[in-house]
Design a protein around this ligand. Sequence first.
Ligand SMILES: NC(=O)c1ccc[n+]([C@@H]2O[C@H](COP(=O)([O-])OP(=O)(O)OC[C@H]3O[C@@H](n4cnc5c(N)ncnc54)[C@H](OP(=O)(O)O)[C@@H]3O)[C@@H](O)[C@H]2O)c1
Length: 277
Amino acid sequence: MPREDIHGRTLTVQGVEIPKLGFGTWEITGRDATEAVRDALELGYRHIDTARAYGNEADVGRGLADASVDRGDVFLTTKLWYSRLRPAEVREQLEGSLRDLAVDYVDLLLIHWPNPDVPLAQTLHAMAQLRDEGKVRHLGVSNFPSALAREAIEIAPVIADQVEYHPYLAQPELVALARERDLLLTAYSPFAHGRLLDDPALEEVGAAHGKSAGQVALRWLLDQPQVAAIPKASSHGNRAANLEVFDFELSSEERGRIASLARGVRTANPSWAPRWD
Ligand SMILES: NC(=O)c1ccc[n+]([C@@H]2O[C@H](COP(=O)([O-])OP(=O)(O)OC[C@H]3O[C@@H](n4cnc5c(N)ncnc54)[C@H](OP(=O)(O)O)[C@@H]3O)[C@@H](O)[C@H]2O)c1
């Protein structure tokens, strides 16, 4: 599809314009990550998701530098690892991210997972300080259930919660909160970490539009207000296919059928996960 169309696919939260479809980089490292990010940007992605914990920020930064795309046109997210959230550690982590990514600022800095051992206000105030210094454009959280996300919003100008969200995992509380408080809800693992790619119902819906199960899942997510999605794909073909989701429409009946596939599948549920909604 033409690049202009992709550029048009943005949403605005709290006055901030964000490309709805991003590129996830978890589990891609080294030259593969550099090449994936360069290729993704040249295909038309303008939103890249990484994290301190992915160990690939230097590779991602090289991809960003190699692509013939201006830094200012890319919405770049990174995340602070949850075990180092005290103020000095927040600064140290972000400075490491900026150094490795070889950028002057990130567009969005997230707390990767909540950590009940560190007062949330301490971490958010440290992040806000980095924002005041221009090193971070916007603040957010990740893996915050709705009550904790509400707490965060009261403390600092948080614009986003990045959580697992796909047709196998409904997120009614967070969807409602995002609408109520004008938050970005970034859907990570939009393919349930690959598990829903051969779902028969999604395939059947896709067949009616000449699309795959994965493309149907992305369309379903991106049709929702406040929602962005960040699929990961290792190959050029899959990265390109995941962009081909803006040229068809799901009917309300199809959308209902997709929503009915929810079955509580959570692919990211480590020992340090919070108590979910
Ligand atoms: N905040 C958090 O705690 C958190 C947690 C998990 C994920 N994330 C973010 O979300 C991103 C995406 O999530 P994810 O990596 O867990 O999984 P995902 O995007 O749900 O699924 C990735 C899987 O789908 C496959 N795939 C992608 N496009 C495809 C296509 N067109 N056809 C067939 N297969 C396709 C990939 O295979 P190939 O790689 O072989 O193409 C890979 O196996 C991550 O990279 C990361 O940036 C954040």
